[in-house]
Design a protein around this ligand. Structure first.
Ligand SMILES: O=P(O)(O)OC[C@H]1O[C@H](O[C@H]2O[C@H](CO)[C@@H](O)[C@H](O)[C@H]2O)[C@H](O)[C@@H](O)[C@@H]1O
Length: 261
């Protein structure tokens, strides 16, 4: 068992979990669509810079933007600068760094106040730790830092203990377990908090929210959407509160492609 699973979030596939191949989605004219990025729109890769945004993914984003009259947003743990590099053609709303940053109507907004000095300090500490164990990959974000152990699974517990200790010491920051990674992020941010703000905007309100996500960080947003009468789709095999499940990004793109045809 990986340390990540010990923390309560199973990654392993469970043959008992059924895929929901025909989700009854509302008409695009009455819907708003929110998509997580890694593991949902694109397949997970060995490294953050190793992903491929397929033509199918770009096509679904473009058609959703058109058919839903702009009511489609990406909701990601990645920073907005990073998302913009991967999908430069997408002009819709972006929620980045787990809800710390927004891009709305083409404008950048910082969603939360956090201690920038502390971010720099944490980044330095994690970078130094990463130099001691180059098997880890360190990813800096404007709001924090991630220690990836995908290429050193046997060091998962080491990664956890180090990052957990920093979280205990860093006022206003918390540990966010993710897929084969531990992140330090401001404790006031969350995808659900950011999503609530977007859902309540004039152009989104009154439309049925649909959210698809694969990771632990998506669970509060999946719950929020269900609480608002919307549709929550879990991508992948992990435990979830979502009412629907699809196996992988390809299955999601197929569903959405059919819906938007
Ligand atoms: O909220 P998301 O859009 O799903 O972003 C979550 C994190 O995604 C990236 O890390 C994850 O995907 C990498 C590429 O597939 C993979 O190598 C890594 O193990 C995963 O944790 C990204 O690097 C993080 O910043 C995001 O928070």
């Amino acid at each position: 068992m990986q340390y990540y699973e010990m923390m309560g979030f199973a990654q392993g596939s469970d043959p008992c979990l059924e895929e929901d191949t025909s989700i009854d989605l509302p008409s695009p004219a009455s819907a708003a669509l929110f998509l997580d990025f890694d593991g949902t729109l694109v397949d997970i890769a060995d490294r953050p810079d190793g992903i491929t945004v397929t033509d199918a993914a770009r096509d679904v984003l473009a058609r959703a933007f058109d058919k839903l009259d702009g009511r489609v947003a990406l909701v990601s743990g990645r920073a907005i600068d990073d998302l913009e590099r991967w999908v430069p053609e997408f002009t819709g709303p972006l929620i980045g760094a787990h809800g710390s940053e927004f891009r709305l109507d083409g404008e950048r907004v910082q969603a939360a106040d956090y201690d920038m000095e502390m971010v720099s300090r944490l980044q330095r500490l994690v970078e130094d730790f990463g130099k001691l164990r180059p098997e880890f990959l360190v990813e800096n974000k404007p709001t924090g830092v991630v220690l990836h152990y995908r290429e050193a699974e046997h060091l998962a517990a080491t990664a956890f203990h180090f990052m957990e200790s920093l979280a205990q010491a860093a006022d206003g920051f918390k540990l966010q377990p993710a897929l084969m990674a531990y992140e330090l992020k401001p404790e006031c941010v969350g995808k659900d908090v950011a999503l609530r703000r977007l859902i309540e905007r004039e152009d989104f309100v009154g439309h049925v929210p649909i959210y698809a996500g694969d990771d632990l960080t998506d669970e509060p947003a999946l719950q929020l959407v269900q609480d608002r009468g919307g549709i929550a789709i879990k991508v992948g095999p992990a435990d979830t509160c979502a009412g629907h499940r699809l196996h992988d990004p390809a299955a999601l793109l197929k569903q959405l492609g059919g819906w938007l045809a």
